[in-house]
Design a protein around this ligand. Structure first.
Ligand code: DQA
Length: 148
């Protein structure tokens, strides 16, 4: 059986602005630095990480449509779309790959409107409130699922 180790790291709206967003909530790391760390953690775990970020909901939907045959698992942080973008939920369902939801902050400790995640049910785990280190935890979770 071929190795299943290709992880698509999908970031949604405003996450490219890390470093400019409130450091008390999101930490001081820039988005490039976060991607650099994720790449290194993935390599340590024998995974390969490919990245996609967009501020356009339809672009994220269409990207999820392309993943069949190109990725074995998904790590997804949709940003604010987490809380209301049902079209992203449906596209994730269509992608039909094991997925882990990640958030730098813990949305359930924040404003009421952040408490709903429309993708949570489709994900095998949600990692929240651990800052950048949460991505390492999420990679471990997806690896466990892929290694079965
Ligand atoms: C976030 C939490 C969301 O509520 C927020 O809109 C974001 C980032 C996080 O990583 O903590 O943009 O997904």
């Amino acid at each position: 059986m071929s190795v299943r180790n290709r992880i698509e790291i999908v970031h949604g709206v405003n996450l490219d602005q890390l470093g400019r967003r409130d450091p008390q909530i999101y930490g001081g790391l820039t988005f490039d630095a976060l991607e650099y760390r994720i790449t290194a953690w993935a390599a340590e775990l024998g995974l390969t990480a490919r990245f996609f970020q967009t501020n356009h909901e339809g672009a994220l939907v269409e990207h999820l449509h392309t993943l069949e045959g190109l990725a074995d698992g998904i790590l997804i942080n949709p940003g604010a779309w987490t809380h209301y973008a049902w079209a992203i939920r449906e596209a994730l369902e269509i992608a039909a790959l094991p997925a882990v939801e990640v958030h730098l902050s813990n949305p359930s400790d924040r404003e009421e409107w952040r408490h709903l995640s429309v993708i949570e049910e489709l994900c095998l785990a949600t990692v929240s409130g651990q800052g950048p280190d949460g991505y390492r935890e999420a990679l471990v979770r997806i690896k466990q699922a892929l290694d079965g």
